[in-house]
Design a protein around this ligand. Sequence first.
Ligand SMILES: Nc1ncnc2c1ncn2[C@@H]1O[C@H](COP(=O)(O)OP(=O)(O)OP(=O)(O)O)[C@@H](O)[C@H]1O
Ligand SMILES: [Mg+2]
Length: 264
Amino acid sequence: MKIAVVGKGGVGKTTLTSLLACHYATQGRPVLAIDADPSPCLGPALGFPAEKLLELSPIAEMQELIGERTGAAPDAAGNFFKLNPRVADLPDRFSQVHEGIRLLLLGAVQQGGAGCICPASTMLKQLVRHVLLARDEVVLLDLYAGVEHLGRGTAEAVDAMVAVAEPTHRSLRTVAQIKVLAADIGITNLMLVGNKATTESDRRFFEDNAPDLPLIGCLDASAQAVSADRSGRTLYSLDAALAAAVAAIARRIEDGATPAAMAA
Ligand SMILES: Nc1ncnc2c1ncn2[C@@H]1O[C@H](COP(=O)(O)OP(=O)(O)OP(=O)(O)O)[C@@H](O)[C@H]1O
Ligand SMILES: [Mg+2]
């Protein structure tokens, strides 16, 4: 199962990714969680201890490795470099594992402009492509800003793209934009999860305003979110209602996953 999580800033992508990761790990399924945020937050949300977090570096910042694998200096946009660098060993080599969840940080590429093709971005894309096509675990991608790490040929390996929204028109407008971008790269299996609902009217808001997408669940605003952050424990372990809600969401994701991908 390969799931990409997207949505406007701050809506709860990292929270949902962490809940799904804990859900699958609790089921005994190996999980590879990928944090594509330039200021990574998924590790703390997954309860990784500080010493393991310190061991993690984003792949995008490993200039020597990027140079070695692509055959180019990392800032050598425009020069020759390999478009298919070897990446298969990276997920195991540069990740940390905690309670059955393997975590890998992608980091941010210094973009040279729209559509920049540089050694670092090429390597990250190849890495995402590799984990989607070749890894056996449940792969969860916390995609941060958009769908730029995905492309044609990779998109079809994504079983489900889950867009997160708050009960606001703004966050749903972002989902509508993501829907267009996702369709452009061949992702049709986009689903919506509402988050931070506090009232029945919030829950209805998602139903009434979802931009022509299946609404596969709604997570309530949790009173445990702050204590999860402060204690370094997972929200999944502190809020049984959210854990149950995410289990239902995971079932809907699997129900809606594309038949070809389910068979793989
Ligand atoms: N269901 C929830 N209940 C309570 N607080 C929540 C919930 N979901 C998310 N939050 C809180 O909202 C804030 C943003 O959540 P999160 O970091 O998951 O969003 P994000 O979409 O990953 O943000 P970013 O775009 O910055 O990566 C955090 O403080 C988080 O604890
Ligand atoms: Mg985040």
